[in-house]
Design a protein around this ligand. Sequence first.
Ligand code: CU
Length: 175
Amino acid sequence: MNTSTPALLAIGAAAVLALSGCGTQNTDQPKEHGSAMGSAEAGDLTVEGAWLAEPAQPSMTAGYLTITNSGDGDVSLTEAETSLSDRTELHTVETTESGASQMTPVDTIPVPAGETVELASGGLHIMVLEMERPPEVGDTATITLTFDNGETVEVEAPVRERAGSGGHRPGDEQP
Ligand SMILES: [Cu+2]
């Protein structure tokens, strides 16, 4: 009886190692923060569906979300910050005369009273620049939005693959 215990333990340890070895390469391993897209609200402003794209280049990526203004007054998004770097810009995508898609910085993103504005692949987005360490799919970062009415909304945004999450639109920009 006693002599069999070490052997069983050894088998058990090997099985655990094998399982955890698989888990590190498996996308369905448990995630601490979950992978649901982030939402938050402050005052009359609701932010939903926040996510960050898996970086196409190591130092930059883009964030997407929707902002709903249920109040009576127009507001504008004036600044976005993330926990990924110290430099963030608000961008849109314009089509040039030659038909090419081109990212252009914008000073503000207006969110008129009673309306919802979508920041989505191929259009308005939060441009994250000068990242020192690129985030990986499954990571979560904080996006902080500042509006001209003084409201600040902080939302947790998961990092997701571009394909399958926002890839239904043509003209995906290359950040
Ligand atoms: Cu951009």
